[in-house]
Structures are given as C-alpha cells and as structure tokens.
Design a protein around this ligand. Structure first.
Ligand SMILES: [Zn+2]
Length: 257
C-alpha cells in the first residue's frame, strides 16, 4: 500500500468548489480527481501501478497554514493545526486502506461498519472514534485561523420523548442547565435544518489533551500498555443544542472528567 498511495494538496484555485468543511478526501485513482487538469503527469511520483493507486487530497488550508501562518501563529494554534493535519492524514489512510482491501469497489458502495457503535459506515470516522474516543473539529471550521477544537455528537430522542431532562443517560454525572441568554445562530457549527427531537452535544477539547499527543511520554505509555484506550479529555465544558417543537434551546454543563 505504501508504494501506491500518493498525497497532494488541493490546488488553491480549486478550493472554493469543494467547500471549507473538507479537510481531506480520498479518491480511488488520480483519474477521478475533479481537478486533475491542474496537474501534469510529471507532477506525480512514480508508483506501483500493478495495484489500486488511491490518491489522498489534503485541503490547501494546511499548506497555507504551514507556509504562511506558522511563523506568527500562537503555540496553541500550531498544536491544533498539527493535530488536525495528523488526524486528517490517518483518517484518509483508513479510506485508502479500504480501496486496497476491496479494489475497484463502486463509488456508491458503502464502507463497512467497524464496530456496532459506529453511527455510520465511514472508516475514517471509525478510526477517529477508536483513536480519540470522539470526533474532533475546529469550532470555526478554519485551519489557517484555527480556533478552539470541539467534539460533536448527536443524541436522538426516544419515541414519545419531547426534551431531555437536566441529566442525560449518555453523559452520566453531567447536569445540564438551560442557558437563558445565548448567542443563537452565532454558534456557527449548529445546523438549524437538522431534524427535530435531537440534541447536538459539543464538548470542548482542552489544549492539555491536544498537547499530550506531541509528548513522547504519551506514545511510550501507549506502547507499553496491553490494550489501547484513548486518553480521556478530562474536565470539559459541554454545550447542547436541542431542536424540539420548533424551538431551539441551549443547555450547558461541565463534565468533571
Ligand atoms: Zn472520511
């Protein structure tokens, strides 16, 4: 697989078309790149073409950050952007792996579920859940001006349930209080078109947790422990958004870790 996978940055001129939300994308072959005309054949490294040759595209925002922004960025921004680049690369490698495991599967064929807990068949997310315990993205969807990181999950109400009480069985030990005065749609990651009777749960990702990934002791501990388990996030702020009966409400709580 290492002899046939290639990485590249999406050409900056093409970037607006794929949207700012996409940090990485894996294609079965470079022939399927929607912007393949931006490259000459000689731009590509030589690869083992006797097997399937997936190509991994990384957002041009990463390139921008490391070339133009890095020198003036705060240490926290550097750690967050580096974390997002690393997690995006491995997320995409999970997709590339499936191209090798099942060469030339059709584009509309879904990937398998990795565990029964996976909410959808998407091997990149399955890997993130395994490695981090949660799915993590920047709150402001930006890499060049990367803001705080947060994990997001969705809790669907049970039949007949109209709201969630101050305690949610999915988050034991956390008491959620309604927020009387909040900024509503200024919280840019809330999708107001989502279906009713769900609660979106955002959890702040502490910088201490991000930083630990760049500490050799963290990797040494993982190597010596018998079974891998992600580091817990520790004490974090949690925000919930609930849309029910046409009303959008906000709740907040603290997970003591
Ligand atoms: Zn993916």
């Amino acid at each position: 697989m290492a002899r046939s996978v290639t990485f590249h940055f999406v050409p900056p001129a093409y970037e607006p078309d794929i949207g700012a939300l996409v940090y990485g994308m894996t294609y079965q072959d470079r022939l399927y790149l929607p912007y393949r005309n931006f490259f000459n054949n000689s731009d590509w490294p030589s690869i083992d073409e006797s097997q399937v040759c997936p190509v991994i595209a990384l957002s041009t925002e990463f390139q921008e950050f490391f070339v133009r922004v890095w020198d003036t960025a705060t240490p926290s921004k550097r750690y967050r952007a580096s974390f997002m680049l690393a997690s995006t690369i491995v997320h995409e490698v999970a997709h590339a792996y499936y191209h090798h495991a099942r060469p030339w599967h059709s584009d509309d064929e879904l990937e398998p579920y990795h565990t029964l807990e996976d909410s959808k068949p998407e091997l990149g997310f399955s890997w993130e859940k395994w490695a981090f315990g949660v799915l993590i993205n920047p709150c402001n969807h930006s890499i060049t001006n990367i803001g705080a990181l947060a994990s997001c999950s969705e809790v669907r109400f049970q039949p007949g349930e109209e709201t969630r009480s101050s305690e949610c069985k999915e988050f034991p030990g956390v008491t959620f209080l309604p927020s009387q005065n909040w900024k509503g749609d200024q919280w840019s990651t809330v999708d107001f078109n989502r279906e009713n009777r769900t609660r979106l749960v955002f959890r702040a990702v502490p910088m201490r947790w991000v930083h630990e990934w760049f500490d050799k002791r963290c990797w040494a501990d993982a190597e010596t422990s018998e079974e891998y388990a992600p580091n817990p996030l520790g004490p974090t702020l949690m925000l919930n958004f609930e849309k029910a009966n046409g009303r959008l409400r906000c709740f907040y709580g603290v997970d003591a870790g």
